[in-house]
Ligand binder design. Sequence first.
Ligand code: GLP
Length: 244
Amino acid sequence: MMKIYEAKDYKEMSRKAANIISAQVIMKPDCVLGLATGSTPIGTYDQLIEWYKKGDLDFSDVVTVNLDEYKGLDRTNDQSYYYFMHEHLFNHVNIKEENTNIPNGMEPDSDKECARYEEKIRALGGVDLQLLGLGHNGHIGFNEPCEEFEKETHCVELTESTIEANKRFFASADEVPRQAYTMGIKTIMQAKKILIVVSGEDKADIVRDAFFGPVTPSVPASILQMHKDVILVADAAALSKISR
Ligand code: GLP
């Protein structure tokens, strides 16, 4: 069942999403949070940091698992998701470094790294709340449109559209990594609760296709319609093409 919260703008969307994450952390202080990168969750992380600084949130027992990481970028590269997470959240709250998990982009053996990550999530007892952003082509994590849903953590070849969308962060499109490690669709679907944040008019078409269209691997996020506990928090612009 999908619940939809409409926020008036990005700020309100971020606050609402942070509210839901806070509720999870307060109810289960040692919860496993699945985290995401991309521009959309930045405001959510900012809000969590603000509440942490006010003394309203405690991350000391929280464990995190990130969705994905570029293959071939090391931790000090400012485009790695390791760097992103530290910059936008981990360095500003009292989370323990050893409780944070991100696929290791520098492990060249894909099979080994994917198996390690999948086992890590299993050993943690699964994800309590998974935060997701939505790619313009409907990707979640780095699960790109394809013929069949990829189930577990795997190594993907990024699509041209994703490379194109992400090249603004690199000196040129040539420097964008071609591969990434990502949780699979089954890994994501096993999360007990899913929170997806979407903002902006440029996402309005994909919000309609993913959540009100047919469930198909050509729109990976459409599978979320089958999850029993999903919350979509989106601003009015992102919801402008759905009729309710
Ligand atoms: C990236 C990430 C995704 C993210 C998506 C959308 O490629 N791997 O996890 O959700 O693209 O990004 P944005 O929020 O910047 O639109």
